[in-house]
Design a protein around this ligand. Structure first.
Ligand SMILES: C[S@@+](CC[C@H](N)C(=O)[O-])C[C@H]1O[C@@H](n2cnc3c(N)ncnc32)[C@H](O)[C@@H]1O
Length: 603
């Protein structure tokens, strides 16, 4: 274990602070300075990394008792940290009482006085909270103000980030004349409309010159009463401007309101279902998908038959009384049993097991199946030893765990392994470079609170003949990339039958190879749709068919999907611009995500 004195001087936190300043240091480096020294077997950097990782965003609310739980932290060090935090909070609170409330244009002008004698045109934005207190002053652009060049995103993106309730824009005219030009009028109109749609009103737009200013305030106030008129046509152009979804041909200019926010579980220091890298997962499209499902479909049961990461099912539990999840991967099945299961489990037991696991150090361990195969490749040697040791320990302890607890520990280990893997997110290859993340730290999972869940691990076409649901969501793979090969390390870790591994990427014998990744995909899809008993079929599709890369090219075309679905019932299509996973060889610009909704001819 390297001691801090073994680290070259320039890499030591104190030396770096003195030479380059506080900004050059990470949070854990700063904490290391505060702690001063480590303990036997753990240098001060590892100790501070453990603390930062364990408490994350909760760091500022840390208590002495919390800190005493960490091995290596005694009362003196705990007090040191908590006192430093309290001190900063006090100063911060004093600072807050000096907050700047904007009551009128004079307040704005005093905050932007420097703009009057600028030689170039500037556009500055003041972001305000609900009490009109200034959250941030930001320069949006410098140079000639041009409607065509200024995108509302530049103004509203920081507003959404800051959770701003309203904003004020200030623009200078170096010419000395503060009266608005035609371009100014056009820009004000465009931004104000965008603000209305975003729900972040533009309170004022002020033009300043050396001795004068012009405020749009009165004009905007009058306009506000008339804002209900925001007509379809205008909405259309504004939404195009924001690259929002364009419903395709069936639903004309109607906007699909994305108001079914997925409220993920909020327990801090826990793993949430969506905290993993999974190709094709729909986490970022979830509001769009459910806005459509809730508008187009009726019923009480939902089946997610290619469930993947499970994020679609998680949201379905908020809208449907019964939810079925299916995927043929072992790792996905374990994750569903952990997050969605309804069997009993003991929180204190899981927490204390995980706490013990986090105090294991690779240096103290012998090599094991996992480290011999994957150490120094997909994971650092150290992390691989810990992962293999823990997996073995879960198996040995199986009799002392309920099934739910067993899967909860495996799921926590799978997510942790994914987080520190030296990969782009799947296990087809690993980086040759140094290990970016060599710090194993396991958190418990935060299960989904829902009833009426059934979990399957079957080939979808076989399962389809046996089940029935009001809404069936279908999201198969569409290209030749086999999920079981991509996630083979997680499969091996879950099954733990220690198979012989082959090739550079150390894959086991093939298992769960999907027909949807083969040339007969279209026939398999047609068979599935024919067999499925549902009121509504909801099918996700993305148009990678024209891709230059062979493995990214779709095995089924958009039209083939459409034709197959038309036979089953009335079909509508929705589309959305979306950026997809790209391993580097493929140009995915302009690729779209489609959602087909078929109301079946139900006998
Ligand atoms: C595109 S992903 C689904 C992504 C998922 N909707 C999400 O949000 O994470 C397709 C999934 O189908 C599974 N799969 C592929 N062929 C299958 C088959 N024949 N039977 C069961 N599952 C299959 C894969 O393991 C993969 O997890």
């Amino acid at each position: 274990m390297p001691k801090i004195k073994d680290i070259p001087k320039i890499d030591r936190p104190r030396e770096r602070f003195l030479q380059k300043g506080a900004d050059a240091l990470s949070k854990s480096d700063l904490l290391a300075i505060l702690l001063g020294s480590g303990i036997k077997g753990k240098n001060v950097r590892q100790l501070s990394e453990n603390i930062i990782k364990k408490f994350g965003k909760k760091f500022l609310n840390i208590t002495v008792t919390d800190l005493l739980e960490i091995s290596g932290i005694g009362p003196a060090k705990a007090l040191q940290i908590v006192s430093a935090i309290s001190l900063v909070k006090r100063f911060y609170a004093d600072e807050k009482t000096n907050e700047k409330i904007i009551k009128n244009s004079q307040d704005v002008l005093s905050l932007t006085y420097d703009l009057r004698d600028k030689k170039k045109e500037h556009l500055v934005c003041l972001y305000l909270n609900a009490r009109n207190s200034l959250l941030k002053k930001e320069i949006i652009s410098v140079g000639l103000l041009d409607k065509a060049l200024l995108h509302p995103r530049e103004i509203f993106y920081p507003a959404t980030e800051l959770n701003s309730a309203s904003l004020i824009l200030i623009h200078n005219h170096p010419s000395g004349d503060s009266s608005p030009s035609e371009k100014d009028n056009q820009i004000v109109e465009k931004i104000v409309q965008a603000g209305e749609i975003m729900g972040i009103p533009v309170i004022d737009f002020i033009i300043v010159s050396e001795n004068n200013h012009y405020s749009f305030y009165e004009k905007l106030k009058k306009q506000k009463d008339g804002f209900d008129y925001v007509a379809d046509g205008i909405q259309g152009t504004l939404f195009a401007m924001f690259e929002a979804e364009k419903p395709a041909y069936e639903i004309t200019a109607e906007k699909i309101k994305e108001n079914y926010f997925y409220i993920p579980q909020v327990k801090e220091n826990h793993i949430q279902l969506h905290n993993r890298r999974y190709i094709g997962n729909k986490h970022k499209l979830i509001e769009w998908i459910f806005s459509i499902i809730n508008k187009e479909c009726r019923g009480n049961s939902f089946a997610d038959i290619f469930a993947g990461s499970g994020v679609v099912s998680a949201v379905a539990t908020k809208h449907f009384g019964k939810v079925l999840l299916n995927d043929f991967l072992h790792s996905n099945y374990a994750i569903y049993r952990a997050f969605f299961g309804n069997e009993a489990w003991d929180k204190n037991k899981i927490d204390s097991i995980i706490k013990r696991y986090n105090n294991i150090y690779g240096d103290d361990l012998e090599d094991n199946y996992f480290s011999k195969n994957f150490g120094g490749k997909f994971f650092s040697k150290n992390s691989a030893k810990i992962i293999g040791f823990i997996r073995e320990n879960i198996e040995e302890n199986k009799n002392n765990l309920t099934e739910r607890e067993y899967y909860m520990l495996i799921a926590a280990l799978l997510y942790t392994a994914d987080k520190i893997a030296n990969t782009v997110g799947h296990f087809d290859a690993y980086f040759k470079k140094e290990f970016v993340n060599d710090s194993f730290f396991m958190k418990p999972i935060d299960p989904i609170d829902a009833q009426g869940i059934s979990i399957f691990q079957e080939d979808t076409n076989v399962l389809a003949k046996k089940i029935k649901a009001d809404v069936v969501y279908i999201d198969p793979p569409y290209n030749s990339r086999q999920y079981s090969r991509f996630y083979h390390v997680l499969e091996t870790l879950t099954k733990w039958d220690k198979p012989k591994l082959y090739g550079v990427a150390l894959k086991p014998e093939p298992e769960n190879m999907s027909d949807y990744c083969r040339n007969n995909a279209k026939d398999k899809f047609a068979e599935l749709i024919r067999d499925i008993d549902a009121q509504y079929l909801v099918v996700s599709y993305n148009n990678t068919y024209d891709s230059k890369s062979n493995s990214s090219r779709n095995k089924i075309t958009l039209h083939e999907i459409e034709n197959i679905l038309q036979k089953k019932g009335t079909t509508k299509v929705f589309e959305k611009n979306y950026r997809h996973f790209n391993a580097g060889n493929t140009n995915f610009n302009n690729h779209k995500e489609y959602l087909f909704v078929t109301k079946t001819k139900h006998e």
